[in-house]
Structures are given as structure tokens and as C-alpha cells.
Design a protein around this ligand. Structure first.
Ligand code: HDE
Length: 718
């Protein structure tokens, strides 16, 4: 090996690297940017106490100038996001498939920074928009940066990068009035979609509850495209990447999502931050679906088509590692905002496929950083800096940090001893997979990309009734916000190609008929040659008709848990001290959090003459911000009847299928609720203290661990 320098090793490598740039003002004097101590930071320099300010005031000028330039352009997509540091650990190395060092050795840990995001909204928009979530992981490997820039949905809207600007223009707020923010429920989005049959599979996912996650910590992640793994022998296998959350995959309901957006637009950001601060480190398993190169054509879809997934029933996911996020950033701008991901950041052992969407992305991400971060030196920003060694002949540019020594900045050279050296493949040099390409140059789309509906149907058919109901309601909502009837009708035509009942149910809500024949030209988006017929959508029989992995409810990947869930305790003066203490300590023992909600802040008096500190009032909290509600004994009947906010609190929890627990007088209070009639029914989510039914605490915890009581909605399915 020619290069004798070693990267900073181990999980803490990136933290040590970042230390070089950290600044702590504790016990320090205030100075200007040039290091001159400041004597007065409150008054500008003036000609007399009441006179005009003087131009020579370099302290004022510097402060205001810096302030004027504090903002950088937000990301054109995925502007709203949150991130955290952590590590990736290999549990089941796969050297037979890849030579990537960070995947090859059991127990090896690699530092990561992961950023989650919504796509359409601006930086200041709400977390709970109905949207795809970005799931980007930067691995600081010993062999350089590897970025896995994925989403929480395994397929995409379009098949070719050429359509991405159109898709984004359509979904962003409409250009004439900049309305609506962070929402796809408007004419331009559905106009575009109704003319793009290839988007139908993705539409099934975005209209499902996947698009309104309960938490970033409870989302799956997918690399989406087919990539390649390359081993020491230079052999290639195709691969799909998966992240599976330890806490399971869970969602909120749409009515709740909209209310959370008003009550706490930072809901996901805060949830991630607090979980890490509390030591509930979010964790995902990392899995791969590996497909031998010779099997490329064995599927009933094209592996290069990003609107298709590989059903887990055909190629199972093998878990090879885990990711743990265990450290919040020190500074949002420096880390979360300035981090620059790029699917083209790969290390030896990982390579691209010819997916035309991925190929376009390989250009876009560096290009966008140039305008967003303003310089080709964005790789020098601390959060983007590799912890492996970095030497080349790239020079200069805005804000260059590195001071390259010597007179040589070219290769080959003799004056610099030939340095920096090129690395042979055996020395870790990257070489692209030696794929043979023998083809005509064409502006075409492969006929193998023309089946737009089979997997959309596979997804829909794999859902439970409640999940189907949510898709129907989401489409009724979204298309109901569309003002142009022709767009609604075109969408019904496309939906009828996915599932007749789905189209009919949506049509009922819109007060329309499903057209007998779809009005969308099916070859839209495909080459404009004369031979359109060959591009008519082909319905290919799928090897599987239903896949449990596609349903959030049928696919409980982990044992039910209440870890890090939040339970609201509806309290007031007179509350049973013992009941509150018993449930609270049981919840804490399971890693959940109990919050005392009362009519006023400060303290409330308990039945035993003690005092309980109050976390929130019914004004500052709302049940949409909690996973379950508990009403203890000792409360007077007037607690609900005299306060609409309290009644709303409990009624909404019921409406959103949450578990409601009550004991003693708390049970009597239920008689004033909207669901009082149903309280006697067999609703598993209404857990009332009753000595015949065993331990209240155990029953309550078991019910909360189910996440939601979906049967409540299924009963209302029509
Ligand atoms: Fe992106 N995408 N994208 N994208 N994308 C960006 O890069 C783009 C696509 C994804 O947390 C931008 O740095 C094109 C698929 C995530 O910082 C930009 C195409 C998937 C993030 C860009 C796609 C993604 C981005 C904007 C079609 C899932 C946030 C800011 C060819 C696999 C990364 C930036 C972060 C961000 C372009 C399609 C995921 C403009 C041209 C498919 C998670 O470069």
C-alpha cells in the first residue's frame, strides 16, 4: 500500500473529526469575526446620543452583514427534515457479494448521519403532511463516504429522470398563488398524475397510511432503485436495500395528521429529538434482497423499473446489519441543513444499475449542492467531510478550507514524486462494474416498463380492509380538493384499472360515475414514435397475488411494544394518587412516558392530600399529540362536563382509534363522551378497571402496544 495515512477509526471517528470545528462560548469574551473583543454589543456608534449612526462602525456593519446572509436556498425537494448521528453495525457480513469494507466484517461499526424529510413542503412546513418521507443515510466509511439516499416507500412516481422536474412542479404549491403548502391535494398534482399511468403503483402507497407516519422512528426505509454489489472477484449481484424499524411501522390517521399539523408542526422533529435525549435510541435492521446477475430477466417486471418492487415472497430480505441513532446534532444548520447527500457517493463494492431514474439522479445531486451550498468545496463542510484520507488535484473555488502544499496540482507529475498516487484495484481503487453495453443510441423507453397496474393492484390487494378504507378516504379527500371535474374523472378511469371496487368507492365519495373506459392515453410519457401500440400497458400476471410485507397491519415485524409511547393522564384536583402512581411507574418500566394534563399548570391536589406536578393544560396539549389516554379515579363528574376541551380530548382519542383507560370515577366520566353507548361493547381499546378482568395495568399496556384499535373503524366500514 502506498498510502500510509490511516483514517480515524471506529464508531467515534466522525465525532472526533467534528470536534475540530466545535465552538463553545462558555466563559469566553465576545469578539468580532476578526477576534477583536467587543465592549458594547447593544448600541451602535452615533454622532451624539440622538444623532445618526456612523458608517465607520465596523462592529455594527459586520453583525448586520452576517445576519443579512444567514439563509441559504432550501432544498428544492426534501426541504423540511431532521437528522441525527449514530452508527451502523454489521451483524451478518456478506463478503461473498460485496468487497465494501463496512459490510464485510462482523461487528464492524461505521459512523452515520441520517436525515429524514418530507418532500413537497418548504423548510418551515408541517411534519405531518401527506407525503413521501426521505430516508437518507451518510456512512462515514474507512473507504470514503457512502450515501444511501432512499425513501420510506420502495417505488417512485416516474420511470425516467426526464419527468422529475414536471412531477415536482406539479406537486409544489401552484405557481400563480403559491397555494397549497406541503400538500398534494390540488389540481396541478392530480392533473399530472391523471396523465401518468406509470405513477399508479406509487399513488397506492402515497394514499396509504405510509404517507402519514406516527414517527420517523417507525418507518421502513428503501433504496428504491436496484443497485449492484461487487465482490473481490469483480462479480456483480443486483441488490435492493431495506431498513426495518425495531419499533414496527406505524401511522397516525389522516384527521389526526391534519390536527397535529396545527397543534405541533414539529411533531416528528420533536419526537426524534426527545427519543434520543431520553436514551430511546431509534434502531433499524438493514436488509438486502440479493439477485444473481443471471436472474435479471426472470421477473414479471423489469428490475430497472423504479415503479416496481421485488416482492419479499420471491426474494426474501436478508438482515445483514443494524443502524442505531444515538446522538442529536449540536447545531441544526451546521449539520442537518448543510449535509449534502448524493446517490453517486459510492465506495468500492457498491455500484449502479441502469435504472433511468437513478442515472438522472447521479447528475442532479452534485449540481443542486452547487447552488444550495454555493461552492464545489461543499465536501469540506465538517458534516460532509470524509474520515478517510482525501487527496487529489482539485483546487481553489469559493471558501476553500484546505491549504494544499507544494507546487504540483496535476497528474501525471514528476515534481511531486507522482503524488497523489492512483490506487490499484487491490489497493482499494474504485473501478466501475465492467458491464458490456452494445446498443443503439435511442430516446426510448423499454417495453418491459409498460405494466403500470399489476403491482398497484398487488399493493391494494395486500392491504387489510381498514387499510383499503384509508386509501379510499385519502383519494376522496385529495380528489375532493381538486376543482377540475375532468381531472377527477380521468383519475377514476386510472383507478378502475387498478381495482374496480376501489374506483367505485372513490367515485361514490366524489358523486361521479367511473368512466367505462380510462380517458388517459396509456402510452403517455413513452416515445413519440409511430408504433404506439407496442407501448399499451401490459398486464402481466404477478408471481404473487398478495404480499403481507406490503401491509403495515399484516406485517408486524417486531413484538408489540409501548417503548417511547406517550400516554396522557387526564387529571384534576382530587385525583387518585395511588392509581396515577401505579400506572405511571408501570409505563415508565416499559419505557413509555406519562404526562399529567390538568385544567391549570403548577400542581393539583390528590385524594391523599399530596400534590402532582402538571405537565400540560387542556389548552397546551391535545390528544392528537399522545398515543393513549388514561382517566384515573378521584375526579369529579364536572371535569368533563364543564370543560369542552377535556371532552374533546377523550372523544378525539376514541375517534383516532386510541386506547382509553379508566378506573373508578374515571369510568363514570365516560358516560359523558360521544362513545358512551359503545363503552359496554367488546372494544379492546376501552380498558376499564374491573376486578373481573384481571390487572388493569397489564390490560392497559397490552392494549396500547397494539398501537391503534383499527376494529373501531372496520366496524364502520361500508
Ligand atoms: Fe431526490 N433529490 N431526486 N429522490 N432526494 C434531492 O438533492 C432528484 C429521488 C431523495 O436529506 C435533491 O440535496 C432527481 C428518488 C432524498 O438532503 C435533488 C430525481 C428518491 C432527498 C434531488 C430524484 C429520492 C433528495 C434536493 C429523479 C428515493 C433528501 C436537495 C431523477 C430513492 C436528501 C438535494 C437530504 C433530495 C433530485 C428522485 C430521495 C434536487 C433529479 C427516486 C431522501 O438533487
Amino acid at each position: 500500500m502506498k498510502n500510509q495515512e490511516h483514517p480515524i477509526k471506529g464508531q467515534e471517528g466522525k465525532q472526533k473529526d467534528l470536534l475540530q470545528n466545535k465552538s463553545d462560548a462558555a466563559n469566553k469574551f465576545m469578539t468580532t469575526d476578526q477576534g477583536v473583543r467587543i465592549n458594547d454589543d447593544n448600541n451602535s456608534l452615533k454622532a451624539g446620543e440622538r444623532g445618526p449612526s456612523l458608517l465607520e462602525d465596523f462592529i455594527l456593519r459586520e453583525k448586520i452583514t452576517h445576519f443579512d446572509h444567514e439563509r441559504i436556498p432550501e432544498r428544492i425537494v426534501h426541504a423540511r427534515g431532521s437528522g441525527a448521528h449514530g452508527y451502523f453495525e454489521v451483524t451478518n457480513p456478506i463478503p461473498q457479494f460485496t468487497k465494501a469494507g463496512f459490510l464485510s466484517q462482523a461487528g464492524k461499526r461505521t459512523p452515520v448521519f441520517t436525515r429524514f424529510s418530507t418532500v413537497a413542503g418548504s423548510r418551515g412546513s408541517t411534519d405531518l403532511a401527506r407525503d413521501v418521507r426521505g430516508f437518507s443515510v451518510k456512512f462515514y466509511t474507512d473507504e470514503g463516504i457512502y450515501d444511501l439516499v432512499g425513501n420510506n416507500i420502495p417505488v417512485f412516481f416516474i420511470q425516467d429522470a426526464a419527468k422529475f422536474p414536471d412531477l415536482v412542479h406539479a406537486v409544489k404549491p401552484e405557481p400563480h398563488n403559491e397555494i397549497p403548502q406541503a400538500a398534494s391535494a390540488h389540481d396541478t398534482f392530480w392533473d399530472f398524475i391523471s396523465l401518468m399511468p406509470e405513477s399508479m403503483h406509487m399513488i397506492m402507497w402515497t394514499m396509504s397510511d405510509r404517507a402519514i407516519p406516527r414517527s420517523y422512528r417507525m418507518m421502513e426505509g428503501f433504496g428504491v432503485h436496484t443497485f449492484r454489489l461487487i465482490n473481490e472477484q469483480g462479480e456483480s449481484h443486483f441488490v435492493k436495500f431495506h431498513w426495518k424499524p425495531k419499533l414496527g411501522t406505524h401511522a397516525v390517521v389522516w384527521d389526526e395528521a391534519q390536527k397535529i399539523s396545527g397543534k405541533n408542526p414539529d411533531f416528528h422533529r420533536q419526537d426524534l429529538w426527545e427519543a434520543i435525549e431520553m436514551g430511546h435510541f431509534p434502531e433499524w435492521e438493514f436488509g438486502v434482497q440479493v439477485i444473481p446477475a443471471e436472474d435479471e430477466d426472470k421477473f414479471d417486471f423489469d428490475l430497472l423499473d423504479p415503479t416496481k418492487l421485488v416482492p419479499e415472497e420471491i426474494v426474501p430480505v436478508t438482515v445483514i446489519g443494524k443502524m442505531v441513532l444515538n446522538r442529536n446534532p449540536d447545531n441544526f444548520f451546521a449539520e442537518t441543513e448543510q449535509i449534502a447527500f448524493h446517490p453517486g457517493h459510492v465506495v468500492p463494492g457498491i455500484d449502479f444499475s441502469n435504472d433511468p431514474l437513478l442515472q438522472g439522479r447521479l447528475f442532479s445531486y452534485t449540481d443542486t449542492q452547487l447552488s444550495r451550498l454555493g461552492s464545489p468545496n461543499f465536501h469540506e463542510i465538517p458534516i460532509n467531510r470524509t474520515i478517510s484520507t482525501m487527496h487529489n488535484n482539485q483546487r481553489d473555488g469559493h471558501m476553500r478550507q484546505e491549504i494544499n502544499i507544494g507546487r504540483v496540482s496535476y497528474h501525471p507529475n514528476s515534481l511531486g514524486g507522482g503524488c497523489p498516487y492512483q490506487a490499484k484495484i487491490a489497493e482499494g481503487g474504485f473501478s466501475s462494474f465492467n458491464e458490456r453495453i452494445d446498443a443503439h443510441k435511442v430516446r426510448e423507453r423499454s417495453d418491459s416498463f409498460s405494466d403500470h397496474f399489476s403491482q398497484a393492484k398487488l399493493f391494494f390487494d395486500s392491504q387489510t380492509d381498514v387499510e383499503k378504507l384509508h386509501i379510499v378516504r385519502a383519494l376522496r379527500f385529495e380528489l375532493g380538493k381538486v376543482e377540475t371535474t375532468a381531472i377527477r374523472v380521468r383519475m377514476l378511469g386510472l383507478l378502475s384499472q387498478v381495482d374496480g371496487d376501489l374506483a367505485a368507492e372513490v367515485a361514490k365519495g366524489l358523486g361521479l360515475e367511473v368512466p367505462a373506459k380510462p380517458e388517459t392515453p396509456m402510452n403517455h410519457g413513452v416515445s413519440a414514435d409511430d408504433d404506439h401500440q407496442k407501448h399499451e400497458p401490459a398486464f402481466r400476471r404477478q408471481a404473487v397475488e398478495s404480499s403481507d410485507a406490503l401491509s403495515m397491519i399484516k406485517n408486524p415485524t417486531v413484538a408489540p411494544t409501548i417503548s417511547s409511547r406517550k400516554v396522557a393522564f387526564v387529571c384534576a384536583d382530587g385525583v387518585s394518587e395511588e392509581q396515577v402512581a401505579t400506572l405511571k411507574s408501570a409505563l415508565l418500566a416499559e419505557g413509555a412516558k406519562a404526562c399529567i394534563i390538568a385544567p391549570h399548570l403548577g400542581f393539583i391536589d390528590t385524594d391523599k392530600g399530596g400534590q402532582l406536578p402538571v405537565d400540560f393544560t387542556f389548552l397546551t396539549a391535545s390528544s392528537v399529540l399522545f398515543d393513549a389516554v388514561y382517566v384515573p379515579g378521584g375526579l369529579g363528574l364536572n371535569v368533563l362536563s364543564e370543560n369542552d376541551d377535556v371532552l374533546d380530548f377523550v372523544n378525539e382519542a376514541y375517534k383516532h382509534c386510541k386506547v382509553i383507560g379508566a378506573e373508578a370515577e374515571g369510568i363514570e366520566l365516560m358516560s359523558g363522551t360521544r362513545f358512551a353507548q359503545k363503552a359496554e361493547s367488546s372494544d379492546e381499546g376501552l380498558v376499564f378497571g374491573d376486578s373481573d378482568k384481571g390487572s388493569f395495568t397489564e390490560n392497559f399496556i397490552a392494549a396500547v402496544s397494539q398501537h391503534r384499535i383499527w376494529a373501531r373503524e372496520a366496524l364502520e366500514y361500508s
